[in-house]
Design a protein around this ligand. Structure first.
Ligand SMILES: [Zn+2]
Ligand SMILES: [Zn+2]
Length: 351
């Protein structure tokens, strides 16, 4: 019996416009997003909230444009997506401070590309998150298209990868999933998908390519949110619904390239009570875990970072044998397609 008592909205997070190093105007990008069937877009240009001042946080047709910005520390590291602020923070402050400021202002803060590794292009150094001691962030990018792409980039395949940027997307790295599962043992932490889309123009001799055009990006890594009420037509209410769902981890991430994941479900059930993705509950007998996929897939149920069930098909319903931090991964042809956030089932003494 599926769960029908929620509203799914789909968006793309971490977009750069021409307010920083992206290549198009927010209005144009929003139009592309609406055309791709998205409900919300989250913009995070580097170091500026000018788009907010200029009135771009609004609905463009059916798509909500939510404006935040990307913060970096004085060494250009520890990139942080900050949403819900009216003004940018002082430049060059410590990650500990900016994470606290965003949290204190009731905003939403997401650690960007936390585990970036790349070496093919010395002119594009990597920007990992190094400050895991900092507390108070709401989420982390578990899957950043730009990082994944850069990591698999070698000079020899550069042209092919520029032409077919979604080909390289096998899934989030094992490193970040491990980190995420570890943090989620002590507290819920949102895992989001992001594109970090800039749509750079790449020129070499006669070749001119747009790397990661917005149109292509909006058909790859998407973040799906489960809302309690229909999506508001008022931008501030809609923004708050998005923040609330992310803060509470009612999220799954998909790569649209391998299929439309709309309608995917993962929940725990005790008698008639349903516990959705993102919830924390006490372990007891009579508890089942349920999953439905809109398309056939290779299913993996992950408990405390390890697969405990693998099967092919559209879903499962199993009895929960023991407490743990559970999530689901779906694959198509060995490529990552859907990643749910956790359902945290704790033994009573932990809760
Ligand atoms: Zn960044
Ligand atoms: Zn960025």
């Amino acid at each position: 019996m599926p769960d029908n008592d929620y509203y799914e909205v789909i968006g793309v997070i971490h977009i750069h416009s021409n307010y920083s190093d992206g290549s198009k105007h927010i209005g144009e990008i929003a139009k592309i997003g609406e055309h791709a069937g998205l409900d919300f877009l989250m913009f995070s240009d580097h170091g500026t909230l000018k788009p907010l001042e200029d009135g771009h946080q609004r609905f463009y047709g059916k798509v909500a444009a939510i404006i935040g910005y990307e913060i970096e520390d004085e060494n250009d590291e520890n990139h942080y997506l900050a949403f819900g602020l009216d003004k940018t923070l002082e430049k060059g402050i410590d990650p500990d401070e900016y994470v606290k400021e965003v949290h204190g202002a009731g905003g939403l803060g997401i650690i960007a590309h936390p585990d970036e590794v790349r070496d093919a292009l010395p002119q594009y150094p990597c920007f990992p998150w190094t400050r895991w001691d900092v507390k108070g962030y709401d989420g982390i990018e578990i899957w950043n298209h730009m990082s994944a792409w850069m990591e698999s980039l070698k000079r020899i395949n550069m042209l092919k990868m520029a032409i077919m940027p979604r080909r390289s997307l096998r899934g989030p790295t094992a490193r970040i999933l491990e980190k995420w599962d570890e943090i989620a043992k002590s507290r819920p932490v949102a895992g989001i998908g992001s594109t970090d889309v800039h749509a750079h123009i790449y020129r070499k001799g006669l070749i001119k390519l747009t790397i990661f055009p917005y149109k292509v990006q909006f058909r790859s890594i998407r973040t799906h949110l489960l809302l309690h009420r229909p999506f508001s037509g008022d931008i501030i209410s809609a923004r708050d619904q998005v923040f609330e769902a992310i803060k509470n981890c009612r999220i799954f991430v998909s790569n649209f390239r391998w299929g439309d994941a709309r309608g995917f479900q993962f929940f725990a059930r005790r008698k008639n009570r349903i516990f959705r993705i993102g919830e924390t509950l006490d372990f007891s007998s009579e508890l089942t875990l349920n999953m439905y996929s809109p398309q056939d897939a290779d299913i993996r149920l992950i408990k405390d970072g390890r697969p405990v069930l693998t099967q092919v098909g559209r879903g499962f319903e199993i009895a929960v044998q023991s407490p743990g931090i559970y999530r689901v991964e779906l694959y198509k042809n060995k490529r990552g397609w859907v990643y749910s956030n956790h359902i945290r089932i704790l033994s009573k003494k932990e809760g």
